[in-house]
Write a protein that binds this ligand. Structure first.
Ligand code: ARG
Length: 298
């Protein structure tokens, strides 16, 4: 029941229709960008941007993203930013949040690949404990797992998509499946530009997903094509410059996306989504856009 699917052969007998339903997120957590900066290069987006963040513009852009979630009907909860933790604003990575089949709210702590980001996790642990989530830790303290950056709920279904290759390690998804009592479909990332699953994989509805195909190996693409009846693709320019696959989709009805990715915008609208465009250019300099500026709360 809570197994990890790694190839199409593993999917024998699996049907998305048989996956139990999962509620839509109840709210959104964000972290104000008070101490946001690019201090060292952790991914290809950050190259050339050390010390080059315009803090005033970043703040204005973050406010716009927050307003878009509020407008989409999701209450926002804020975690206090911590001085010296320049990536804390990307609050999709330190934990993976969800419900088990008994509707218990769980917070699985991430184990970040880079030491500068490991210091972010205790603040999130304290915040989620305070909010009443059950805190769960991976058994192996040395294994890397970057939370909702590499673990994505299938819309409205008890199914989790996992990504490994650059930040999270494949073996942790056995534990993700066990903790959430939910099957995981594990995808392999092969292009270092697309270092987190959320940079190249964006479910739009229970039936349709947006991907950047060359971020994945062949086996992973087969898994995606097997499970989603509709697979839409982002072009290279939009996937990189606009981080178009890092859009946030609210309840399969609203897409909050970086402004100007016209091809992807057309796909979203064709799937019946309301498109809300925002500017996240100061955050793309660090390798993140709308999706990773928030954590969905359950
Ligand atoms: N600079 C951050 C890092 O490299 C960006 C994280 C963006 N988050 C995401 N889920 N893609 O870790």
């Amino acid at each position: 029941m809570s197994r990890v699917y790694r190839s199409v052969a593993d999917l024998k007998g699996f049907s998305i229709k048989n996956c139990p339903s999962m509620p839509d997120p109840a709210g959104v957590m964000m972290c104000p960008p008070d101490f946001y900066d690019v201090k060292e290069v952790h991914n290809p987006f950050m190259v050339g941007h050390v010390g080059a963040i315009n803090k005033t513009i970043a703040r204005r852009q973050w406010d716009e993203v927050k307003a878009a979630f509020e407008e989409a009907g999701k209450p926002i909860s804020l975690i206090d930013p911590v001085p010296g933790l320049e990536d804390m604003v990307f609050c999709a990575n330190q934990t993976f949040i969800g419900l088990n089949p008994r509707m218990e709210r769980l917070c699985l702590l991430g184990q970040m690949r880079h030491s500068s980001r490991r210091r972010e996790v205790p603040a999130f642990e304290a915040w989620f404990r305070e909010q009443g989530y059950r805190i769960v830790r991976l058994k192996d303290p040395a294994a890397c797992f970057e939370g909702a950056g590499d673990a994505v709920w299938h819309p409205k279904k008890r199914l989790i998509w996992g990504g490994c290759g650059f930040r999270s390690e494949p073996q942790v998804f056995e534990e993700v499946a066990r903790v959430f009592e939910t099957p995981v479909v594990l995808l392999k990332l092969v292009n270092e530009r697309f270092y987190h699953l959320d940079t190249c994989f964006c479910p739009l509805t229970p039936e349709a997903v947006l991907i950047y195909p060359s971020a994945f190996d062949g086996e992973s693409l087969e898994l995606i094509l097997k499970i989603f009846p509709v697979v839409l693709t982002a072009g290279e320019n939009e996937a990189i410059r606009s981080m178009a696959c890092n859009s946030a989709i609210v309840d399969s009805s609203v897409a909050i996306a970086q402004r100007g990715a016209v091809g992807v915008a057309a796909h979203m609208q064709a799937m019946g989504l309301k498109l809300v465009e925002v500017d996240t250019s100061e955050f793309i300099k660090s390798g993140g856009s709308v999706y990773c500026l928030k954590m969905f709360l359950y």
